[in-house]
Design a protein around this ligand. Structure first.
Ligand SMILES: O=C(O)CCC(=O)C(=O)O
Ligand SMILES: [Fe+2]
Length: 183
């Protein structure tokens, strides 16, 4: 099934605080489309990777549980591994942080094998304006729930974007799950 799957409360607000705090532990890297490069017209965000941080095993355990449930009850994809570190992103109003329409399947060794994407909303919607995660799984554009701690999963080829943050800052946690090619 190729539509979107959502969790209302994947992480508690207190857990979201901890994850956002992890991102602040050291300088965030400027976002490119993949680790390394940077194209600010496509994406303006600051990034941190979970596997660079200590004490994050409980986050990975939760992510695996959420993905397992979504895949068992909804997607039924052939998935083999979490080949990339989950990524914490910060989109700030100071430079209209955003990410233009894109698919997560790319040319890299891992990006080419992305099957499922999960995005968790780490910020209180009262803390930012703009910054809407929008998905286009069909002819329509669907905005993801903004509730702090909610999560959305979608096939990684699904077009999606983050609209510019115009006030405050928005944090998200993105995870990719990998596997053999779709067929
Ligand atoms: O921050 C988000 O809501 C989405 C992030 C995203 O699309 C990505 O990292 O590929
Ligand atoms: Fe994406």
């Amino acid at each position: 099934m190729l539509s979107v799957y959502a969790f209302d409360a994947a992480f508690s607000p207190a857990e979201c605080d901890v994850i956002v705090g992890l991102a602040g532990d050291s300088a965030l890297a400027d976002a490119g489309l993949v680790r390394g490069g940077a194209n600010h017209n496509l994406r303006r965000a600051d990034l941190a990777w979970l596997d660079d941080r200590e004490g994050t095993d409980w986050i990975m355990v939760r992510i695996m549980d959420l993905v397992a449930e979504a895949n068992r009850t909804h997607f039924d994809f052939a998935l083999t591994e979490f080949g990339e570190s989950p990524q914490i992103a910060r989109y700030g109003a100071e430079r209209q942080g955003h990410f233009t329409w894109h698919s997560d399947i790319g040319d890299g060794v891992f990006a080419a094998r992305r099957k499922l994407t999960m995005v968790i909303q780490l910020s209180d919607p009262a803390d930012y304006e703009g910054g809407a995660l929008e998905l286009q799984p069909d002819a329509g554009v669907h905005a993801a729930n903004r509730t702090r701690g909610s999560g959305v999963l979608f096939p990684s080829f699904t077009l999606h974007r983050v609209t510019p943050v115009t006030q405050g800052e928005r944090f998200s946690l993105s995870t990719w799950v990998h596997g053999p090619a779709f067929r």
